[in-house]
Design a protein around this ligand. Structure first.
Ligand code: ARG
Length: 604
């Protein structure tokens, strides 16, 4: 269906037209329309414009008002106030008509992006044979939300999980496997499936068992590598075999990667995030391109040999000693690192996949790496200006304000963290459900997962990307305040009202009715949904959507307190009209939460 213009857009157009007719030379000037407490909207743009034209702002404002359409049914009143603001109120009828048009559309009147392109987004990139930790949480949750948002807007999105599946440590792991062929066998699990006990209950037993085997392999081979010089030498040779594509070596490498993928999938399932196998394109996928990257960079002079290594230098990147810090594309021993792979990936994404935009959802601590990689790719002519962007995110902190670590000083396992969130959510859901008696024990458990995982995702997504935040479960599952649980309860409460009304009354708009202030405030906010999504997609800032939804739930709470729905004082038409506002609120909440990757259960 066609998109529904918001009232803000309609009013804006009226003002722009009136302005252009009052002062033809000012056509194209922005009247700067904003939502306002004093009226529905306020336009502040005439002040600066009048100053520029050396005129009187109040006079200019009056001229604009004169030229506004007298009775288009939208404008209820327009007043000049203060030094030359316009206070604008729209009619209840226009508001309800617009909301009715949104409600009649599956997409709630949200338009597709005007000129969608192709975005390649690099997110959720854990490392093979290693645990997923709290840093991978942010990359996964933020990336997933941005994928959902862009796709909803009609963008072609190519997902890339650039997993760490290559590097010298694989020589060590594979060599150990060759010398201890049963190390990854499932039968060798000392405690059988019992190895998955405890956290296994949440991580998926199979996944936990896979990770337990990999951990054991990693520790054992590391110990040997550090203590046995001869093993170390054999491990180094094994890297060469791996890079040369030796069949047996590759087969074992595959075995390790596959084992890790089992684990990753178990974590993704728990996190309620879809990661498709074809989108997992790790560092190893670019092996065959690395020589060409080196050759082209060297021939074009973008990179130069320095002490045997192939380096790219930057005027503004210097180490603490004042000497330039280069991006190393190839090490002096001929090996490739992280930078070479990222350069090859850029070529693939722009050249072969046809990306108009490249996004990298990666920790802010890698900002310098990406700055140098992007600049190198630009110099080489592989990356058009302003095409690539790192969506750098801040660090998750413990309650002590330091990067979140276990008591032993290790980074916190993602599964442990999610497990405790679900556990805490179960307590909250059970306590609430005990009061109403509406949920069975089985439902409580299902809801606990939706509430707990939602809480973790929301706490992350409601914080602006670059900020660090404290991982505080008490706050995350609180029923009051800016939390997903609060939003989920608002949604469930509305659904329960709608169920109760079934058979007697349904959601039907009645544009002839006069609206109470709380109804107008709710309605005007509902009308801003499409614009909010557009701004989130343009800025890649999911926290704006979270803030929008939180305000929506708050406005709904105020409406619910002030305007009885099923017992509305104005008779059946008012009941239907309020049910209509309830229904549109629930649908908007649900759609918004879905775009954040958070479930909205029917009952809580
Ligand atoms: N695997 C890396 C890590 O865990 C993140 C990879 C980021 N993506 C990239 N294209 N470099 O830190």
């Amino acid at each position: 269906m066609a998109s529904v213009p918001s009232l803000a857009a309609t009013v804006h157009q009226h003002l722009a037209d009136a302005l252009a007719s009052a002062v033809p030379s000012a056509s194209g000037a922005d009247p700067l329309l904003r939502r306002s407490d004093r009226a529905d909207f306020q336009a502040n743009g005439l002040l600066a414009l009048a100053k520029r034209l050396k005129g009187n702002p109040r006079e200019l404002a009056a001229q604009v008002v004169e030229r506004l359409p007298a009775d288009d049914g939208v404008l209820a009143s327009v007043e000049v106030s203060g030094p030359g603001f316009l206070n604008i109120t729209v009619t209840d009828r226009a508001l309800l008509d617009t909301l009715a048009a949104r409600a009649a559309d599956d997409r709630l009147g949200v338009p597709y992006a005007p000129d969608p392109g192709t975005t390649v987004i690099d997110y959720s990139q854990p490392n093979v044979a290693k645990e997923m930790h709290v840093g991978h949480l942010r990359s996964t949750v933020i990336g997933d939300a941005i994928v959902r948002l862009l796709e909803y807007r009609g963008e072609t999105v190519v997902r890339r999980h650039h997993i760490g599946d290559w590097g010298t440590q694989f020589g060590m792991l594979i060599q150990y496997l060759i010398e201890h062929p049963h190390e990854l066998d499932h039968e060798s699990d000392s405690a059988g499936t019992g190895a998955a006990a405890g956290a296994g209950a949440v991580g998926g037993e199979e996944g936990e068992a896979a990770m337990a085997r990999l951990n054991r392999l990693y520790r054992a081979s590391r110990a040997l590598f550090d203590s046995d010089e001869e093993f170390k030498a054999r491990a180094r040779d094994r890297v060469v075999d791996l890079q040369a594509g030796d069949e047996r070596t590759l087969a074992l490498w595959h075995k390790i990667v596959d084992e890790s993928k089992i684990y990753f999938q178990a974590v993704y399932e728990l996190l309620d995030v879809e990661v498709r196998d074809e989108d997992v394109v790790g560092e190893s996928a670019y092996n065959d391109d690395l020589m060409r990257v080196v050759k082209d960079l060297e021939e074009s002079g973008v990179a130069v040999r320095s002490e045997g290594a192939l380096c790219v230098f930057f005027d503004d990147v210097k180490g603490p000693d004042g000497k330039p810090t280069p991006l190393i594309v190839q090490k002096s021993n001929g090996g490739f690192g992280y930078a070479a792979t990222d350069l090859a990936a850029i070529r693939d994404r722009v050249g072969r996949l046809g990306a108009d935009t490249l996004l990298y959802v990666v920790d802010a601590r890698q900002a310098l790496h990406f700055r140098m990689v992007f600049e190198t790719a630009r110099r080489a002519g592989w990356l058009p200006q302003d095409t690539a962007r790192q969506l750098a995110f801040g660090t998750v902190l413990g309650k002590d304000g330091k990067p979140f670590k276990t008591r032993e000083g290790e980074s916190v396992r993602l599964v442990d963290l999610l497990g405790s969130a679900v556990e805490r959510a179960a307590a909250v859901v059970r306590e609430k459900a005990g009061k109403t008696g509406e949920l069975t024990e089985e439902e409580i458990e299902r809801r606990a997962a939706e509430v707990g995982i939602g809480a973790v995702k929301y706490a992350d997504l409601s914080t602006s990307l670059t900020r660090d935040y404290v991982f505080d479960l008490d706050r995350m599952v609180s029923l009051n305040g800016d939390t997903s649980v609060y939003l989920q309860y608002a949604h469930a409460r509305i659904r329960s009202i709608l169920r109760k009304a079934e058979g007697t009354a349904g959601p039907v708009p009645h544009p002839e009715l006069a609206l109470a202030p709380a109804e107008r405030a709710l309605g005007l906010h509902l009308d801003e949904f499409a614009e909010t999504l557009a701004s989130v997609a343009e800025t890649y800032e999911p926290h704006r959507l979270a803030a929008y939804l939180y305000q929506l739930a708050s406005l709904y709470t105020a409406f619910y307190d002030q305007c009885p729905v099923l017992k509305a004082e104005g008779g059946p038409a008012m009941v239907e009209n309020r049910l209509f506002l309830c229904d549109l609120t629930a649908r908007t909440l649900r759609q918004g939460m879905t775009l954040l990757g958070i479930r909205t259960p029917e009952r809580l």
